[in-house]
Structure formats: C-alpha cells, structure tokens
Write a protein that binds this ligand. Structure first.
Ligand code: R5P
Length: 295
C-alpha cells in the first residue's frame, strides 16, 4: 500500500506544495511565517503533523539564507514531534559550491548537508541539482529529479520550431541538452565555456556552425546573471540562428539578467517554477509527486 503523506508548505513554496499535495491526495499543513522588525523569522506549523511522513516543501531562491533558516526551523519542529521529515527543495541554493575550487573556500553544499541532517531531515529531494556529484555530499538519501524533459515538452508544444538545435552553454549541461534534444527530436551541441573563478568573467569558445534558418534553444540548469546565456546567444545569432529561446530550470534572474540576454539576441525565456518569476511556465509539482509515488 502506498505511503500516506502530509505536505507542509514552507513560506517560499506554497504553490508547489499545494500542487504536490493535490497530486498525492495528501493533506496540506500550512506554515505561518512572520518577520520581526529586525528581520528574524518566526515560523509556526498549523495542523501540526505528529508522527507522520511529511514532505516539507521550501525552495531556496533569494533570500537564500532566510529561506534556508525557515526550512531548518520547520524541519526541527517536525522531527522533534516524531515526524519522518523529507525536505523537498525545488531550488537547492549553494549547490554550485560543491568543492573547494580555490584554496580556503568553504564547501557550502557540505554545510547544507550537515544542517539538514542536524535538524532531523531524513531525505532530500531537489530538482536539477547543479551537478550530480553534489548529491554525494549528503549523508542522507538525496535525489535530484529533472525538469528538463518537461521544459522540452513545453517548448515543443508552444513554439513552431524551425529545424531546431538544442545548445548547452557549457560542458556542465551536456547531459541536460542531450535529454532536451531527445524530447524535441533535434540535434544538439555543447559550447566550451570557461569562467575566471576570481572575477567571474566568462569566455565562450567559437564553434564552426551554420544555423541560418534555424531556431536555437539554449538549455541550462540555472540563469543567474544571464552572462552564460548572453555569450552563447551572441554566437548563435552570429551563426545565423533566426530565433534563440533560453530555457532553464531555475530562473534566478539577478540584476539586469533579462536585459543582458535580450540585448544579446535572446527572443524568449522559458523556466520552471522552482524560482517564481514571469518566466515560470513549467510546474514541477507533478514531477515531485511522481518521485514520492515511488517511495
Ligand atoms: C554554471 O555552470 C551553471 O550551469 C550556469 O550556467 C551558471 O550558473 C549561470 O550563471 P550566469 O547566468 O550568472 O552566467
């Protein structure tokens, strides 16, 4: 018999929690959160689920540290009350710092792993973690679902694509672009990108491509400052692409990211709702529900 779940809606992810609860036929436990004048969070779980299997949904988009701390508070309380706590973190902040790239850097994702475990989280589920190796830093079962096929289905159904090519802006997203291309049945290519770890400057290497008359779809796990997509889009337009669509799971869109990408030739942006924005066209709740149905 399938396990009975209760879904606790963290303050950052009410819509995904509602969708997950509805797909699982689970009861929704709402979480009330207020901010004190100095910015501290006070969190209260309504209809507290004692001794139950609970999926706590809380995405860690900015303000990351606040959302993280709210998640820790909720998980701590539930576990203190005997619940089996499963953290559902659609966007897992700090996942890019999964090793000590430069001497003295802290492996932030390792710290997140310790924190979650220390408040009693027994399992982590996320969506499109930056790199699969990051999952190895967790000492609890940790799993990453992928929204890339859903993004591909959305693009395929909503755009009349002309001889499309799926493009990864760097080798890190090669497997994602391959998965995307399999759904839209297209060719794919990965660019070589290098980033200066001190300044953040990006260099994207040229390719020998003729894209005249073709649509190009850039596929990445996240868009932050838009720099990676912008560099890639400039080249795609230079090679003749008619239209450039940028897709990603996590659209953080920091600062002037959107203008930067549009100025570089991006025509449209499609993202999931792990980070809420006007580009959130794909809902990850059904994806997360499918994962829970296997447990
Ligand atoms: C990097 O390896 C990631 O997959 C993304 O390409 C990167 O984090 C995007 O950042 P930005 O939008 O600032 O270039």
């Amino acid at each position: 018999m399938a396990r009975e779940w209760i879904v606790a809606a963290g303050p950052a992810s009410l819509d995904i929690a509602v969708g997950l609860a509805s797909k699982l036929g689970a009861k929704l436990a709402k979480v009330e959160s207020i901010d004190f004048p100095d910015g501290e969070s006070k969190v209260k779980i309504l209809d507290e689920p004692r001794n139950k299997s609970v999926a706590v949904v809380q995405s860690l988009y900015p303000p990351q540290d606040k959302h993280l701390f709210q998640l820790l508070l909720i998980a701590h309380k539930l576990s203190e009350d005997g619940a089996d706590v499963n953290a559902v973190v659609p966007y897992l902040a700090y996942a890019r710092q999964d090793k000590e790239f430069l001497r003295g850097e802290i492996v932030s994702l390792g710290v997140i792993s310790h924190l979650l475990r220390s408040v009693g989280v027994r399992r982590l589920v996320t969506v499109d973690i930056h790199s699969a190796q990051g999952l190895g830093l967790f000492s609890i079962p940790a799993y990453s679902c992928s929204a890339i096929p859903l993004l591909a289905e959305y693009v395929s159904s909503n755009y009349k694509l002309r001889n499309p090519i799926a493009v990864s802006p760097d080798f890190g997203s090669s497997s994602r672009v391959e998965a995307f291309a399999a759904v839209i049945k297209s060719e794919y290519v990965s660019f070589r990108k290098t980033r200066d770890r001190r300044t953040g400057d990006i260099i994207t290497e040229e390719q020998d491509l003729n894209l005249s008359g073709r649509d190009a779809i850039i596929v990445d796990d996240m868009i932050s400052t838009g720099g990676s997509v912008a560099k890639c889009a400039q080249l795609l337009k230079k090679y003749g692409a008619v239209r450039v669509i940028a897709t990603c799971t996590h659209a953080l869109m920091v600062g002037g990211a959107v203008d930067k990408m549009m100025d570089a030739g991006v025509d449209d942006i499609v993202a999931s709702n792990t980070v809420p924005s006007r580009y959130s066209k794909v809902d990850v709740a059904p994806l997360l529900a499918s994962y829970f149905q296997t447990l």
